[in-house]
Write a protein that binds this ligand. Structure first.
Ligand code: BES
Ligand code: ZN
Length: 880
């Protein structure tokens, strides 16, 4: 390997460890003490010095290093003085930066400089198992007998491996990890590799040694110790796969195992490379900050993302498990085997895993039509990306903390959507060839975004880098304006935004838009391809209406002239469900941006009233939900009546019960969507009553709720219910039968209208709820039409306590809901100024986006308030 140096122009260079010493292999031994929530450990790092060294700098945070020895190639050991260790770290580069920035480092000052060549660095250290869900941390659970148990587990991405052991904690310092753990009696342990040896320790515990890993980044190391049990391994083409969980959840592992087996085979085939580890454990952890983490061979999950009872989970809850399992398994190749050089590359890691997750789940259960439901996720990304406070998907990352702000809808959903747009434009086979080339060329190494474009260019001959740079390196996206004169449709692009631009806008100017289009009756399989640049371009002549964004995989919006839009609305049957959902999304966005009236959107929704697709209805339901948030009190009954007129007949034709002739599993999802909308926004008396009755009976030991309907029924019961139901939810949440049921009832506490119940729900969020869930309950309450303002008041008065209590990275997600506090302009101002005075660590950009969106929503609410009742009443007449 050559001796690398961070390049001069690189904004991260002053935050990087020097490359003079490079790790090759870690021998890591850890002794966790779960009772005292502490650990001790020893790490021996085989490294190579490229030059003479007198100081070795590595990462360590909240660790007490007890001793350090450095041995040179000639076998002579130097003990590094503890006094020197205790000193503030030496800056990596003499002049800067300030020491405060480097508290997460230690420098080993050698008495005698060592010559270039092999080194062995050995450190002994101790630390605490924290409660912050990062580093080496503690998770707890209570068993059926009320006894509390502790698990010690890890979460290292992005930069918390340094909290568990001293290391070169940067993604391009790949090394082999040989891990061993002292496991107290009665507990089990899991890590990246399989166990290769086991010895009994005096006092009853065991020492487990795990096989060496492939060379990999520190952020992918994992170890878990606790009273956990694992399912019998399933052999997937030679790879043993297990699900690891707390005792008692044995019956909830089969679905994840099936999804994992499918994903392993799917990816090995798709990528053309074997799975890069020896085994795969999927570990469900009761306290977990994110959804899941792709540690090589030892993926960790929150319980709802892994464990599901097939008889009790809704199809969407199962889809979530399949999504997360597939996503993390995609990372085993894309992320773990081939890794970004630095944190600016996080987007590629996550966007690509999201793209592959969708492809994999679409292959696993084609009848679920995963791409169609992705349309709603892409819509959310466009919602953020149409704000001036958006950001480019990739931006230079200096200090690694800056990367934390990258884990958002722009990285995941926009990133995946623009990759999908590219894949559809290039064609699936050619795209895959490029990816295979990229992976085989860079396996076990590190890359930058341009390496991927290079491989795709090589495989396809298309100007991939030129196209993609416009989507990745600048914020925003275009609206493609389609104008038809005679048989000719001309296209041009403009930046899309919800509000007039100011000087600070992060929205770009023009894009290379890979447009797919088709005449309406043509086969969707053969669309026209056109690369739209800054000059207008014409599509081929057509006698009939033309659909731009055919296949609906573009990350852009389309604006048709009025006549074309009417023609399309007239022939919605010639559009695929995803195309219909996308047309609705574009029409709604025009309304929010102030270009289209409510009447235009309602007419399109009414044209779709015989729609049978769940994702198209989801788009309608989400618009109705927004109207229900902003409507003035007097007009709320008209909105409810409109909702019943629009949604009622569709629900009536489905009925309450699944029928044997239900055409697919999505029908049940559709039924739930319509039922939930009627029972909440529609305030439908009959639906509410029936939901209360069904729910009451199920709680009293009667028949269980239909798993697909249960989430909607619970939401309706909250909207219609009172204290009695609140108590029942609370009790169920405390003694749930499945992880999904626990969060379903917990989060539904936010749906009660009564102020006193909202107060109690807030208390639950900040006391008994796990800190992984509390912020999401508050998020729901902030977004609630009547309880939002009081929730905001509580949140701000307890701000400091909550900052202490909740994992830092969940905070921005919770605050996303402030965009819904839009009915009183004065409150919106208060939100703006409070958040300006109370910056959220590493979440500033998402907060700025939520605040900008709040402003947009205030404007929309005001604009709609005058005309809403009239528009809705005419709609009711049209529907009658
Ligand atoms: N690598 C991430 C987990 C992660 C997120 C680590 C943020 C550090 C910061 C993992 O692969 C992931 O993307 N998890 C998602 C779930 C996934 C299915 C989208 C998550 O945790 O939300
Ligand atoms: Zn991921």
């Amino acid at each position: 390997m050559t001796y690398r140096t961070p390049s001069d122009g690189d904004p991260s260079s002053r935050f990087r460890l020097p490359y003079t010493v490079e790790p090759r292999r870690y021998q890591l031994h850890l002794i966790p003490d779960l009772e005292s929530a502490t650990f001790s450990g020893t790490v021996s790092i085989e490294a190579e010095a490229h030059d003479k060294v007198s100081v070795i700098t590595l990462h360590a945070e909240e660790l007490e290093v007890r001793s350090a020895t450095v041995t040179s190639g000639d076998g002579l050991a130097q003990r590094v003085q503890l006094a020197e260790l205790a000193q503030p770290a030496q800056p990596a580069e003499p002049a800067e930066p300030a020491d405060a920035e480097h508290q997460d480092r230690i420098s080993l000052v050698l008495g005698e400089p060592l010559a270039a060549g092999p080194l062995l660095i050995t450190l002994e250290f101790t630390g605490i198992l924290n409660d912050k869900l990062h580093g080496f941390y503690r998770s707890t659970f209570t068993d059926a007998d009320g006894v509390q148990h502790t698990i010690a587990t890890t979460q290292f991405e992005a930069t918390d491996a340094r909290r568990a052991f001293p290391c070169f904690d940067e993604p391009d310092r790949k090394a082999v990890f040989g891990i061993s753990l002292d496991v107290p009696a009665g507990l089990d342990a899991f890590s990246n590799g399989p166990v290769v040896s086991e010895e009994t320790l005096p006092g009853g515990g065991r020492r487990l040694r795990f096989a060496d890993t492939i060379p990999m980044s520190t952020y992918l190391v994992a170890f878990v110790v606790g009273p956990l049990v694992s399912s019998e391994p399933v052999d997937v083409d030679g790879i043993p796969v297990r699900v690891v969980h707390v005792p008692g959840r044995e019956a909830m592992t089969s679905f994840a195992l099936e999804a994992a087996a499918h994903a392993l085979r799917f990816f090995a085939e798709w990528f053309g490379l074997p799975y890069p580890a020896e085994k795969l454990d999927l570990v469900a952890i009761p306290d977990f900050a994110f959804g899941a983490m792709e540690n090589l061979g030892c993926v960790t999950f929150r319980e709802t993302a892994l464990l599901a009872d097939l008889d009790r989970a809704s199809r969407l809850e199962l889809e979530r498990v399949a999504d997360v399992v597939s996503h993390e398994i995609a990372h085993m190749w894309f992320g773990d085997l081939v890794t970004m050089k630095w944190w600016n590359g996080i987007w590629l890691n996550e966007a690509f895993a999201t793209l592959m997750e969708l492809m994999c789940v679409d292959h696993f259960r084609p009848e679920w039509q995963r791409w169609a439901s992705f349309a709603a996720e892409r819509e959310a990304a466009m919602g953020t990306d149409g704000l001036h406070s958006t950001r480019p998907v990739e931006y230079p990352v200096g200090p690694p903390e800056e990367a934390q702000g990258m884990f958002d809808v722009l990285t995941y959903e926009k990133g995946a959507a623009v990759l999908r747009m590219l894949e559809r434009y290039l064609g699936g086979d050619r795209f895959r060839q490029g990816i295979r080339l990229y992976l085989s060329k860079h396996r076990l190494a590190n890359t930058e975004t341009a390496d991927l474009w290079d491989a795709l260019e090589q495989a396809t001959g298309e100007p991939v880098g030129q196209i993609m740079d416009t989507w990745i390196l600048q914020g925003g996206f275009p609206i493609v304006v389609a104008e038809r004169t005679g048989d000719v449709t001309t296209l041009r692009q403009e930046p899309f935004s919800y509000a007039p631009a100011d000087a600070t806008s992060a929205i770009g100017r023009d894009w290379r838009v890979p447009v797919l289009a088709r005449p309406l009756s043509a086969l969707p399989a053969e669309p026209w391809r056109l690369l739209l640049a800054d000059q207008p371009a014409a599509l081929p002549d057509a006698r009939e209406p033309v659909l731009v964004n055919a296949g609906a995989s573009g990350f852009y919006r389309v604006q048709y002239d009025d006549q074309s839009l009417l023609a399309l609305a007239d022939r919605v049957g010639d559009l695929s469900p995803m195309e219909r959902a996308t047309l609705l999304g574009d029409t709604w966005a025009a309304l929010v941006a102030g270009h289209g009236g409510l009447g235009q959107f309602l007419s399109l929704a009414e044209a779709l009233r015989r729609e049978t697709d769940a994702d198209v209805w989801a788009q309608v339901a989400s618009a109705l939900g927004f109207l229900d948030l902003v409507v003035v009190d007097e007009d709320r009954p008209v909105l409810a009546a409109y909702t019943r007129a629009l949604v009622g007949p569709a629900f009536a034709s489905l009925g309450w019960q699944g029928r044997p002739d239900d055409d697919d599993e999505r029908t049940a999802t559709l039924r739930a969507k319509l039922l939930g909308t009627l029972g909440t926004v529609g305030a439908d008396a009959e639906v509410r009553q029936r939901c209360m009755a069904l729910h009451g009976a199920a709680l009293d030991g009667g028949p269980d709720l239909d798993p697909d309907l249960a989430p909607a029924v619970v939401a309706v019961v909250a909207a219609a219910g009172g204290e009695k139901e609140f108590e029942a939810f609370l009790a169920r949440q405390r003694a749930p039968r499945t992880p999904q049921e626990e969060v379903r009832y917990l989060f539904a506490l936010a749906g009660f209208d009564q102020p006193e119940l909202a107060r109690r729900a807030f208390e639950v969020a900040t006391t008994e709820a796990r800190t992984q869930n509390g912020p999401f309950l508050i998020q729901q309450m902030l977004g609630h039409r009547s309880n939002g303002p009081a929730t905001w008041a509580r949140l701000t008065s307890q701000w400091d306590t909550l900052v202490e209590l909740f994992p830092a990275n969940i905070f921005p997600r919770m605050l996303d809901a402030v965009q819904r506090l839009c009915r009183q302009a004065a409150l919106a101002d208060e939100v703006r100024s409070f958040l300006a005075d109370h910056p959220v660590p590493s979440g500033q950009r998402s907060v700025a986006q939520a605040v900008e969106r709040l402003g947009v929503n205030v404007t929309v609410a005001q604009r709609l308030s005058g005309a809403m009742a009239g528009e809705l009443s005419s709609g009711i007449d049209r529907l009658a």
